[in-house]
Design a protein around this ligand. Structure first.
Ligand code: UPG
Ligand code: MN
Length: 715
């Protein structure tokens, strides 16, 4: 039998290992120098630098897990009939999560659902479930309208061979001719939904049928965090047909029960409800998880995923296929590093070579069995056979579905601890994928040339940093849990796999090192105290090598997926910016959560922007605008570096030998200042709404001056 998929070691593995050898020797030399310096004097500044270097070195060691054996895979969907034979394709349930109709426009969420309803897949085997954690009549209304629109949209896609089957994305660049009628219909749908969203509620006059009116009348009294479960079957494959007479896939709306007394566990809780509800309704052996903004960009993706899920050799232990997160609408130079290539493209390939790819919350096709315990005790495949032919709208089935979405079902069978998506981390995706792999399940990374899904990346700096901060907290929650990769992970997997997991769990750790390097050498420069070897000292070359080699390696890794020098520059800048903000504040927040001062919260990323923010983003300009602690931190560090740089350069111009002695400190200040260019502009030059607010600028300057004044103590 010809293989359904193949796998190769990435050619860069050898290069990575060579780099490892050279670079680790350089790190050893650096620590030798630290220790030798220590025996001479142990000033607080040397201790701080040692701490920063130790953090970078530890983090670098974690990275090696990801670089040791990156894999490249290929799939051959045309060979699927070899394994499916006469039986045809398995049933598929798709789970889409949404949580807030104002941050996640319901018309866009519905477009995501339509894009998967229109998969090139037998409609009688396809079910789309949407979970609405916002418990909003607006979302339900959007989906009721979407169900009607689907009757026209699905045949249109089929007949025209459309590839991008999210109507919202399709009509951004298509129209005219025959598509014009369809486009008008979509605009109609969108306007209807948007007008309801703008009003904040659904007018009964917008609804035609008496049954729908009755449903909405019932909905009115519900509060977002205190309501019973709601399950509505909007399309039923057995009964509902599109305008060409083809059956439609099932479309089911649900909003799980929420009570103030029951913790709801954010997205993990939503996913577990989806698993339970779908189990009583359709019980497909395979399900796909999607964030509400991640629409399908290729109607044949399921077949590609099945190349792994149906491989008889893999099947007994196989958990999931992960497709990368890719984005649309990223600006030319990707100013906020929104593509996150390291997290979503480079690292997963490295994970894949070490005990399996990580899961990142969207674009993952799962074998249902894998969420029910380790491979040895998981239910046999025969328990996960689809319930074709069940009448979804029957009283009996609906009652069971409502029960499955209720709070009390959470406690039956240890959901969130032994089965289902695991609770206790804001990155439920990463946490669950990690636990599954520790239990012995397999997972692969699948990165086809044509992106399988496309989503929205945050388009303001604040949004992007808040998202990163949530991840930092979530990752620490895994790193410091009883399942920490440091103990549990090493025991259950291998050392290299544990390194990969440590890299993610302590993603925010470099923040501490970055802050030390962003402030300490600058303070010393200001007081004319050298901290590093002179430019004429042979040790200088060690520092130069450590910096240049790390950056060059990063550049080579980044550029592999295309893109320009500037994209890479912005990406490394975001690493520094996150260091001063998301990593630092995330670390602090995690500590505060742990000592009980605050509680973790999932702040949903907004998928809709103000017009001005959009314009700034499209023009490649940073949008600050808000008064937030993030920007005070950024402003302070940028100001400290500017002051030190000006002072240092003046001094170097006037005093013989100062440039040689302070060369590395000057270079570092210059590097931070070059990276802070947009911050200076936003503080001192810009007048538009995206500039840094006056009060933030003033506070930053005040803090920078206080820092120089108070910093004298440790000099
Ligand atoms: O209580 C909640 C909170 C969020 N969501 C949904 O979860 C998804 C992801 O939320 P988003 O605000 O877009 O977070 P991101 O940071 O963009 O998402 C990344 O990080 C999350 C973990 O922090 C993962 O769950 C996501 O899959 C991953 O794409 C969205 O569809 C939300 O509607 C819920 O269903 N319930
Ligand atoms: Mn998102």
């Amino acid at each position: 039998m010809a293989p359904l998929h193949t796998c190769q070691t990435h050619p860069r593995a050898a290069f990575n290992r060579l780099h490892f050898l050279l670079y680790s020797s350089a790190i050893a030399a650096l620590f030798y120098r630290h220790i030798a310096g220590f025996s001479a004097s142990a000033a607080p500044s040397s201790l701080l630098l040692l701490l920063a270097d130790a953090i970078f070195a530890i983090f670098w060691i974690f990275c090696q897990g990801l670089r040791w054996l990156p894999l490249r895979r290929r799939e051959f969907p045309s060979r699927l009939p070899q394994v499916t034979g006469g039986q045809g394709l398995p049933a598929l349930d798709v789970f889409i999560c949404t949580a807030d109709p104002f941050k996640e426009p319901p018309a866009s969420v519905a477009s995501t659902a339509l894009s998967v309803m229109a998969y090139d897949y037998p409609a009688d085997r396809l079910s789309v479930y949407v979970s609405d954690d916002g418990g909003s009549e607006l979302t339900l209304f959007a989906f009721m309208e979407a169900a009607k629109f689907a009757r026209h949209w699905l045949p249109f896609c089929r007949e025209k061979g459309v590839m991008v089957r999210s109507p919202e994305a399709y009509f951004e660049s298509n129209g005219g001719g025959e598509a014009e009628k369809m486009k008008a219909m979509f605009e109609d749908f969108r306007e209807k939904v948007e007008s309801a969203v703008n009003k904040g509620h659904v007018d009964l006059s917008m609804i035609d049928s008496p049954e729908e009116k009755a449903m909405f009348a019932k909905w009115k009294g519900f509060a977002r965090r205190d309501h019973p479960s709601v399950v509505k079957v909007l399309c039923e494959s057995n009964k509902d047909k599109d305008i060409a007479g083809h059956p439609l896939p099932n479309l089911i709306y649900m909003s799980r029960e929420k009570r103030p007394s029951s913790p709801h566990h954010f997205k993990a809780g939503a996913l577990n409800s989806l698993i339970r509800v779908s189990e009583v309704m359709t019980n497909a052996p395979v399900f796909l998880i999607l964030d509400c903004d991640m629409y399908s960009n290729d109607p044949n993706t399921v077949q590609r995923a099945l190349c792994y899920l149906l491989d008889p050799d893999l099947a007994p232990n196989f958990a999931y296929v992960q497709f990368p997160q890719k984005y649309r609408g990223i600006n030319t130079d990707d100013i906020y590093g929104g593509e996150n290539r390291r997290l979503f493209l480079t690292s997963p390939r490295g994970f894949d070579g070490q005990h399996g790819c990580n899961f990142f919350g969207t674009g993952g096709f799962f074998s249902r069995r894998s969420l029910y315990g380790p491979p040895a005790t998981a239910p046999p495949p025969s328990d996960c056979e689809s319930k074709a032919g069940v009448l979804l709208r029957s009283e009996h089935v609906l009652q069971k579905a409502h029960d499955a979405a209720s709070c009390k079902f959470e406690h039956v069978k240890e959901w969130g601890s032994k089965i289902g998506f695991r609770y206790g981390s804001l990155v439920e995706d990463y946490y669950t994928g990690y636990i599954l792999r520790c239990e012995g399940w397999q997972a692969v990374f699948c990165n086809p040339d044509r992106p399988a899904f496309l989503g929205d990346a945050p388009k303001t700096l604040h949004e992007s940093l808040s998202q990163a901060k949530r991840w930092v907290v979530g990752f620490y929650e895994v790193g410091f849990s009883r399942y920490s990769p440091l103990f549990y992970g090493i025991k259950k997997t291998t050392l290299l796999a544990a390194l990969c997991n440590l890299h993610h769990s302590f993603w925010g750790l470099p923040g501490i090192g970055l802050i030390v390097y962003g402030l300490l050498p600058q303070l010393f420069l200001f007081y004319d105290k050298p901290l590093f070897p002179k430019a004429s000292d042979p040790w200088f070359f060690l520092y130069a090598y450590l910096f240049v080699a790390a950056y060059a390696h990063d550049f080579i890794e980044y550029i592999e997926f295309g893109g320009s020098f500037w994209k890479w520059w912005n990406d490394q800048r975001m690493f520094l910016i996150r260091g001063a903000t998301a990593y630092a504040f995330g670390t602090l927040e995690f500590v505060l959560n742990r000592i009980g001062v605050s509680a973790p919260g999932f702040n949903v990323t907004s998928k809709s922007q103000e017009e001005e923010e959009n314009k700034l983003y499209d023009n490649g300009m940073f949008a600050f605008g808000k008064s937030t602690p993030f920007f005070i931190s950024l402003g302070t560090i940028a100001t400290v570096n500017l002051i030190s740089l000006i002072y240092g350069l003046t001094k170097a111009a006037r005093t013989a030998g100062a440039a040689d002695e302070m060369f590395l400190q000057l270079l570092l200040c210059g590097f931070v200042a070059a990276n802070s260019w947009p911050v200076y502009k936003a503080m001192f030059v810009r007048k538009d709404g995206g500039r840094i607010p006056r009060n933030v600028t003033n506070t930053s300057i005040l803090l920078a001056c206080t820092f120089f004044y108070a910093g004298k103590v440790i000099i």
